[in-house]
Design a binder for this molecule. Structure first.
Ligand code: SF4
Length: 462
């Protein structure tokens, strides 16, 4: 397992560039998309709009008339990487437009890179487009500029991220997202469902629901009703999940906080007729009540072990993924030990762990008793050792079982697939290395597991 999974260490997520042929006279933009899946969705939206206006997407600096750098500013190291990426784009292209989280601090960027053409903040789609129009005027051609129904996607076609809301009403002390992205703003459920339906019609087999706080979805809209098909649907994660599950694709929920009503989601996940996968990605971050209190986490007081037991009683196949922070300011050895004991009992299937790091502007920076680096490292090692042993034992128990998998990639050696318990990019894989040649990305099939490793499985078709 990597030290920092890409969905929560946006600074190490790969920059993604989309290849495309150029038609004569077509204005071209390049996109360097740094950051988390949420930032990737923003990049996709910007490219979709630009494609609709007749722009092409260049896979390299040389072919681009201007380059958009979608930055991340979550951690100080991410900011540094964003600045480096802007510097590289300037050196290679000279016409650079900056957007994304770091764009919320324009002087920070222009102080280092005064030559950027424009800086816009997160979700300022129109401002990004205005800046592109200014730098490279559009040359629309209605006969060739048809955007595919599903928009432009930087992820493989068979899965797609689906953003249901933006912003967050919480104030976790280590996090500056609410300052950068503002308070919760949910999309109407009808609009989310229409986008999801279009994606499924265009061939998407798996929808990954993302937001900062999926459980809070619709709160800002007071869980109003919105139009969907011939009726209405409530702007609430229960209703949205139920409807998404009916579209005929796998539906995976990310960033769910363990509010009491999450219990009502579990029966939906337990019903194999429903597309809602038995998978919950819940960022617990810690288990000791004092640490959680110092973090100012939502649902800090929830009896999470009881909740987990209740969920598993309803849905024994539930896969639980979570992330944790070790070495948070003031974390004592006893608090850390509570976390290890909690993990022993919770038996989570997938776990990511960060060593605490100061983030400029975060309130946690001012807390007393910061933990020494070597202590953080030691705790990280001990935590990961336990998490790895749990994961290994859980995977071992899968040997002999029959599981549904989705194919991500096929090469000359094997088909790389994922089970319902594996999210793309952050979890493990299941490999089929016999009779895989006829498989294609997006295929869903049943396999029997015949071997397990630390994080991955091997299986054969049945
Ligand atoms: S819930 Fe906490 S960690 Fe998550 S985005 Fe909101 S403030 Fe940040």
């Amino acid at each position: 397992m990597s030290e920092n999974p890409p969905q929560l260490r946006p600074d190490i997520a790969p920059a993604i560039r989309l290849p495309e042929d150029r038609r004569p006279g077509q204005p071209m933009v390049g996109m360097v998309s740094l950051g988390c899946p949420k930032a990737l969705v923003d990049s996709e939206r910007i490219l979709t709009r630009l494609r609709a206006e007749g722009y092409g997407v260049s896979p390299d600096y040389a072919g681009a008339d201007a380059v958009i750098v979608n930055t991340c500013g979550f951690l100080d190291s991410a900011k540094a990487e964003s600045l480096d990426a802007i510097g590289e784009a300037l050196k290679e292209n000279a016409r650079v437009i900056v957007t994304g989280c770091l764009g919320a601090e324009p002087e920070y960027i222009t102080g280092v890179h005064p030559k950027v053409l424009a800086v816009t903040g997160p979700h300022q789609y129109q401002q990004v487009l205005d800046a592109v129009h200014h730098a490279v005027p559009p040359a629309p051609d209605p006969f060739v500029d048809l955007v595919p129904a599903s928009g432009v996607h930087l992820t493989p076609r068979h899965y797609s991220y689906l953003k249901i809301s933006e912003g967050c009403n919480h104030k976790c002390k280590f996090c500056i997202i609410p300052d950068m992205r503002g308070r919760l703003v949910s999309r109407p459920a009808g609009s989310v469902l229409r986008e999801a339906e279009r994606l499924v019609e265009a061939g998407v087999k798996e929808l990954l629901v993302i937001s900062q706080d999926t459980s809070a979805y619709g709160l800002d809209r007071k869980h109003a009703m919105s139009k969907w098909k011939d009726g209405e649907v409530r702007d609430h994660i229960l209703d949205l999940s139920r409807e998404l599950g009916r579209l005929g694709a796998w539906v995976r929920l990310h960033y769910v906080y363990p509010y009491p009503f999450v219990r009502d989601l579990i029966p939906l996940m337990a019903d194999p007729e429903n597309g809602l996968l038995p998978y919950l990605d819940i960022p617990f971050q810690h288990a000791h009540p004092d640490t959680l209190k110092r973090m100012a986490r939502p649902a800090a007081a929830a009896r999470t072990l009881d909740e987990i037991a209740a969920w598993r009683a309803t849905c024994p196949d539930l896969t639980l993924r979570s992330t944790f922070i070790v070495g948070y300011p003031g974390e004592t050895e006893a608090e850390f030990q509570t976390l290890l004991d909690w993990l022993d009992e919770a038996q989570l299937d997938r776990v990511g762990c960060f060593k605490y790091e100061n983030v400029e502007g975060a309130r946690a920076n001012d807390l007393a008793d910061h933990v020494a680096e070597e202590v953080k490292q030691d705790r990280w090692n001990r935590f990961m050792e336990k998490a790895q042993a749990i994961s290994e034992a859980k995977l071992e128990a899968r040997v002999g079982q029959r599981l549904q998998v989705i194919v991500d990639e096929v090469d000359e050696d094997a088909a790389t697939c994922r089970t319902m318990g594996d999210a793309p990019e952050i979890d493990g894989h299941l490999y089929i290395d016999e009779a895989f040649e006829t498989l294609a990305p997006g295929d869903i099939l049943t396999v029997e597991v015949d071997e397990a490793g630390e994080y991955d499985l091997w299986g054969r078709r049945v």
